[in-house]
Write a protein that binds this ligand. Structure first.
Ligand SMILES: CC(C)(COP(=O)(O)OP(=O)(O)OC[C@H]1O[C@@H](n2cnc3c(N)ncnc32)[C@H](O)[C@@H]1OP(=O)(O)O)[C@@H](O)C(=O)NCCC(=O)NCCS
Length: 238
């Protein structure tokens, strides 16, 4: 019965056109399940699966393997709630500078509510991709990048963070690029983020991705903006 319910759920997740399924009677006899009679009603759907669901499922279509020189094969995939211990472990090993550049404050640990907010995301609104290495069955989070939609769903804010030990290998660029590509398929038009003036790596990365960088008057910050709807997106500067 359990397996039948899981399979039925998978079916309606994969096909937005299913309006109704009626199995009657369903006979369970010893370890056999028999659908004696079944009817499926279809109708055209205005949206593609899985966008027809009220709560978006885990978007496993975004999972991919990438090869990073000096880090080997990494899995890049959307973050999951069960990644909280991996994210916490990555945070605890960060340098104070990386923490400051990412969170704009000198945090000693990641509070529980932030850990929950960062890992339990609404897949329909937000994109958060992690780079995971796996050595002898032990997973390690090397980086995370996210694009958080604003209420109009046209504008979004980006963030990216790579464990210090793995800086400069292309992980930040790969994660951010993946998030931006996904954001573009979701019709997000403009991405922005603030970067502290001393953060040369992030400013260089933003420039490379084609962001426009403007100093914020009276603050030590730069605002980086990228027009995803423009024809210019997709051509990274060298
Ligand atoms: C900024 C950060 C995400 C970059 O990630 P990364 O994996 O080290 O970056 P990459 O290796 O992908 O490099 C991307 C580009 O950044 C620039 N860059 C990387 N290391 C650099 C360095 N030491 N000095 C100057 N520029 C550098 C280069 O332009 C590089 O492109 P290139 O290698 O083709 O020249 C990472 O340094 C980090 O996590 N910093 C702390 C948190 C932070 O600042 N987040 C941004 C605020 S949202």
């Amino acid at each position: 019965m359990e397996s039948l319910l899981v399979r039925l759920s998978q079916l309606v997740t994969d096909f937005a056109e299913i309006a109704e399924i009626d199995i009657n009677p369903l006979v369970i006899f010893e370890n056999r399940v028999i659908a004696v009679d079944a009817r499926v009603m279809l109708r055209p759907s205005a949206v593609e699966a899985p966008l027809h669901l009220i709560i978006s499922p885990y978007p496993n279509q975004y999972e991919e393997e990438i090869e990073i020189k000096g880090a080997g094969r990494l899995t890049v995939r959307p973050i999951r709630p069960e990644d909280a211990p991996l994210l916490e472990e990555m945070f605890n090993a960060l340098s104070p500078m990386s923490i400051y550049y990412r969170f704009f404050s000198p945090m000693k640990h990641l509070p529980h509510h932030m850990l929950a907010r960062f890992t339990q995301i609404d897949y329909d609104r937000d994109v958060a991709m992690v780079a995971i290495s796996c050595t002898k069955g032990t997973e390690k989070m090397l980086g995370v990048s996210r694009v958080i939609s604003q209420s109009n769903r046209k504008n979004a804010e980006f963030a990216v963070l790579v464990a210090d030990q793995w800086h400069g290998k292309g992980i930040g660029a790969a994660l951010l690029k993946r998030c931006l590509d996904i954001a573009r398929t979701r019709n997000i038009e403009k991405i922005h983020g603030f970067v502290l003036s001393g953060n040369v790596k992030m400013l260089a990365l933003a420039r490379k991705m084609g962001f426009t960088i403007k100093q914020q008057p009276g603050t030590g910050e730069y605002e980086c903006t990228l027009d995803l709807s423009g024809a210019g997106y997709g051509h990274m500067a060298g």
